[in-house]
Write a protein that binds this ligand. Structure first.
Ligand code: ZN
Length: 426
């Protein structure tokens, strides 16, 4: 009897220890702290908060003891003398783990997951799933391809991955009227537009130019300040804003792709939305009685070119999309970006226009997609593209691709076995 009670106690204690170890310690009740910046800016590792003394912009700079920099460059105005010395080092973001996330359902693409590191099971990692079991994965031009086809994100997925480039209401003004005879004016930090003539009245985005005059939007990250690397031109952008429209004319947003204008044209008086590429209509919305009038009420507009797909959304609903042709593979040099790709800087391609319309704009923001990089140093990885995933094998990448240690660089190959997943961060 005594031995049976003793055994029962031992089994009970063992189960308690297992429970504490598995669920309580590993992020269920006690949060896990992010130790590095591979998922920045969504999840920050140890960092310092720097403030530019020229424009007042405050931003997080990752802290790495191996990289000693006294100053950094402001991403808002390119002031290269923002001091870092003496700034307090802040700990990384903390999160809990939803250990029930994959009890029933399988992980999906673009899910952020927490797992045991394949090289060291004692370490936990947080990354984003880009490849699913059975797929062949390739990274090209910043985008992910599966079985030879580019993966195009839905609006919801774009919102989850997008990274802010600029917020007009919280930062330095970057949108300027194109013409001297304009109906655009800034009023209480919001743009307002009035009819000014028969032509479309454009408000154009100007990305701040670097010291060498280059105003291209690159895959820079303020978090990675002080880390020298090659930059890649960003083409996947989204413009979002809240607008209130009145009048019989049209409201337009313009993006240029390889020199060709792509236009979102909205005529609120007739509840009509269309996509025009190079002067030719390529998509048109049907009148939606359910959405009510588009006039004289706040409307949330999102217009993006992500993953070679043009997408227009209103009030969080996808209204129109139009897939663009992929880049010519012969134009790539194998490192993930095109060598023949000569295009005007993106900063001069974005514009908002009105034609015989009044408009009030708030929350005018510019975003970009995550730009995945093929590891330049091939000695970092035994894997070659495409990466073929077997059953119950996943490919995971960090959002902060330039500094992320992930599927691209693991010595054992780019695969993450399903059994190493712990759950989703909360
Ligand atoms: Zn600045």
């Amino acid at each position: 009897m005594t031995i049976r009670i003793l055994c029962a106690w031992m089994v009970g204690l063992l189960m308690c220890a297992l429970f504490v170890r598995t669920f309580l310690v590993l992020g269920w009740f006690f949060p896990i702290e992010v130790a590095a910046g591979s998922m920045a800016p969504a999840w920050l590792g140890p960092h310092r908060l720097a403030t530019c003394d020229q424009c007042g912009h405050t931003f997080a700079v990752g802290f790495n003891p191996a990289i000693s920099a006294d100053t950094t460059t402001c991403p808002n105005c390119w002031n290269g003398r923002v001091p870092l010395n003496g700034l307090a080092i802040r700990s990384g973001d903390r999160f809990w783990i939803d250990r029930t996330a994959f009890f029933i359902s399988n992980p999906k693409r673009w899910d952020v997951v927490v797992f045991r590191c394949p090289m060291d099971a004692c370490q936990l990692c947080i990354k984003r799933i880009v490849g699913l079991p059975g797929e062949s994965i390739r990274i090209r031009d910043g985008d992910v391809s599966v079985d030879g086809t580019i993966v195009r994100k839905t609006l919801r997925e774009q919102r989850r991955l997008r990274q802010r480039i600029h917020d007009e209401s919280e930062s330095t003004i970057r949108w300027y009227p194109e013409s001297a005879k304009t109906g655009w004016k800034m009023c209480h930090e919001h743009w307002q537009g009035m009819p000014s003539g028969p032509e479309v009245d454009w408000l154009v985005y100007h990305h701040p130019a670097r010291w060498d005059g280059d105003s291209t939007i690159y895959d820079t990250s303020e978090y990675n300040a002080g880390i020298p690397r090659n930059l890649h031109q960003i083409r996947d952008v989204m413009v979002s804003m809240r607008v209130q429209l009145s009048g019989s004319g049209s409201f337009q947003i313009r993006i240029l792709d390889a020199g060709e204008p792509i236009l979102l044209k909205i005529q609120p008086a007739v509840s009509r939305m269309e996509l025009i590429k190079n002067g030719i209509q390529v998509a048109e919305s049907m009148v939606d009685e359910c959405s009510g009038s588009w006039l004289n009420r706040p409307i949330q507009i999102e217009f993006s070119l992500f993953d070679r797909n043009v997408l227009a959304a209103m009030d969080g609903r996808e209204i129109l999309s139009y897939p663009l042709a992929s880049w010519n593979p012969k134009a790539y040099d194998g490192t993930g970006f095109s060598t023949r790709d000569v295009r005007p800087p993106l900063g001069h391609r974005l514009a908002i226009g009105i034609e015989d319309l009044r408009i009030q704009i708030s929350d005018l923001e510019l975003w970009r997609d995550v730009y995945y990089i093929w590891p330049i140093d091939s000695s970092m990885s035994k894997a070659r593209q495409p990466w073929h995933l077997g059953p119950a094998e996943y490919c995971v990448l960090g959002d902060n691709s330039p500094i992320s240690a992930d599927s691209r660089t693991w010595p054992g190959g780019p695969v993450l076995p399903r059994k190493l997943f712990l759950g989703k961060p909360l």
